[in-house]
Design a protein around this ligand. Structure first.
Ligand SMILES: Cc1cc2nc3c(=O)[nH]c(=O)nc-3n(C[C@H](O)[C@H](O)[C@H](O)COP(=O)(O)O)c2cc1C
Ligand SMILES: C=C(O[C@@H]1CC(C(=O)O)=C[C@@H](OP(=O)(O)O)[C@H]1O)C(=O)O
Length: 379
């Protein structure tokens, strides 16, 4: 079983992801992980913190001569803005953050909650996802995330191959798929910043090259749609998850929702085994299992909770009404969130690959994958 945990506070010494159950024999390129970490730090609308940090991964355990050993892998990203010992508490909880509930639940400080609730922790979630992508690439599975909406403004994607779309996204300051929309949306973010306000948005992630049969119908906690939804929803500030047509499917009759099943022998050698679907409203998942089509998953991110023009709150000591605390904050972090969601999806898909093809070592997994394809083609 492949899994991970993280440790670390936002302004503490360091952040750690401990990845357990990662197969042996996977070549790891730490530069590729650092590219993802850099992308997560970027995107238009980020606050002052990203000018302090330069995130780089240090693979502390589990890798020898650039290859995984099958033992636990500890990934570390050190905080440059380490100052926790000098920081005071925050007196006035910020609506939308974990401040009020955390301080009440743990009978303690707001600082003690926000330090761990903070999305700073996602640096090492991204490192774990970027590690998982290096396993997925051996199976030609690619995971690609982009922004489709910011503050209610749509970024309708242009058409193109995956490589063309990647090139566009990597040029976009918003990580969207339509460069023409960037100036208007940057102006929207600037306006929100000037008004002391914040913005959220919508992210889409596409997973290509997915074989049939990842996940299972047999038990609720092993259904891949459910596991993906949990991984995505557990990203800070994500408030909605859709797979394929998502909520829109509820508004249409079945004839306009379900994807007909066709067969094209010339595609027998691909991961779809020749079973083609003229549409992919299911988003690649039926009954908790992948159906040979790309996985498509969307996430809705709420606006940042800390407003420069603070909302009404209470001073927890005096119980008197006061404005919520403000130190510094992102105005819009949807682009960063797209990198995070992309990487948590990658990790979850890698878990399902390990479940299906075994997790001891990569050559054995690839052998089992080929055997499965052969048997499934003959089905
Ligand atoms: C990439 C990213 C950056 C974020 N930056 C901030 C920030 O600067 N200030 C803030 O108040 N919240 C920020 N958030 C949101 C909080 O982490 C989040 O709202 C909080 O942990 C409460 O969790 P919840 O929104 O899931 O309920 C950010 C979230 C993400 C994903
Ligand atoms: C540090 C990161 O994001 C932080 C997430 C965050 C929050 O409350 O979630 C609050 C801010 O922290 P700070 O007050 O130190 O500026 C963001 O900068 C990061 O993504 O690397």
């Amino acid at each position: 079983m492949l899994r991970y945990w993280t440790a670390g506070e936002s302004h503490g010494k360091t952040l750690i992801a401990l990845v357990d159950g990662f197969p042996a024999g996977v070549t790891i390129d730490t530069d590729v992980i650092d590219v993802e970490l850099k992308r997560r730090q970027g995107g238009y609308g980020r606050g002052g913190r990203q000018r302090i940090e330069t995130d780089k991964v240090d693979v502390r355990t589990g890798v020898w001569h650039g290859m995984t050993l099958g033992s636990p892998i500890a990934l570390e990203v050190v905080n440059r803005d380490y100052k926790l010992e000098r920081l005071d508490d925050l007196p006035r909880p910020r609506p939308g953050h974990g401040d009020l509930t955390g301080a009440i639940k743990f009978l303690g400080s707001i600082r003690g909650i926000l330090e761990r609730a903070s999305a700073r922790e996602t640096a090492v979630r991204v490192a774990a996802g970027a590690l998982a992508k290096q396993l997925l690439s051996a199976f030609d599975i690619t995971v690609f995330g982009y922004v489709t909406e910011v503050g209610g403004e749509e970024i309708k994607p242009v058409e193109g191959t995956l490589d063309e779309l990647r090139a566009i996204r990597d040029k976009s300051e918003l990580y969207g798929l339509n460069l023409e929309r960037d100036p208007a949306i940057k102006a929207l973010i600037d306006r929100a910043g000037k008004d002391g306000d914040t913005l959220g948005g919508i992210i889409e992630v596409r997973v290509d090259g997915v074989p049939f049969g990842l996940g299972t119908h047999a038990q609720w906690d092993r259904k891949l749609d459910g596991r993906l939804a949990q991984a995505v929803m557990a990203v800070q500030a994500i408030k909605g998850v859709e797979i394929g047509m998502g909520f829109e499917a509820a508004r249409r009759p079945g004839s306009q929702v379900h994807d007909p099943i066709h067969y094209d022998a010339s595609k027998k050698e691909t991961s779809s085994l020749g079973y083609t679907r003229p549409t992919n409203n299911a988003g690649g998942l039926e009954a908790g299992m992948t159906n040979g089509q790309p996985i498509v998953i969307r996430a809705a991110k709420k606006p940042i909770s800390t407003l420069a023009k603070p909302l009404e709150s209470i001073n927890l000591d005096t119980k008197e009404p006061e404005e919520a605390s403000y130190e510094r904050s992102d105005v819009c972090a949807i682009s960063a969130a797209s990198v995070i969601v992309e990487n948590v999806v990658a990790f979850e898909v890698a878990c399902a690959v390990v479940d299906k093809f075994g997790g001891d070592n990569l050559p054995e997994m690839l052998g089992r994958y080929e055997l499965f394809l052969k048997m499934a083609r003959d089905r």
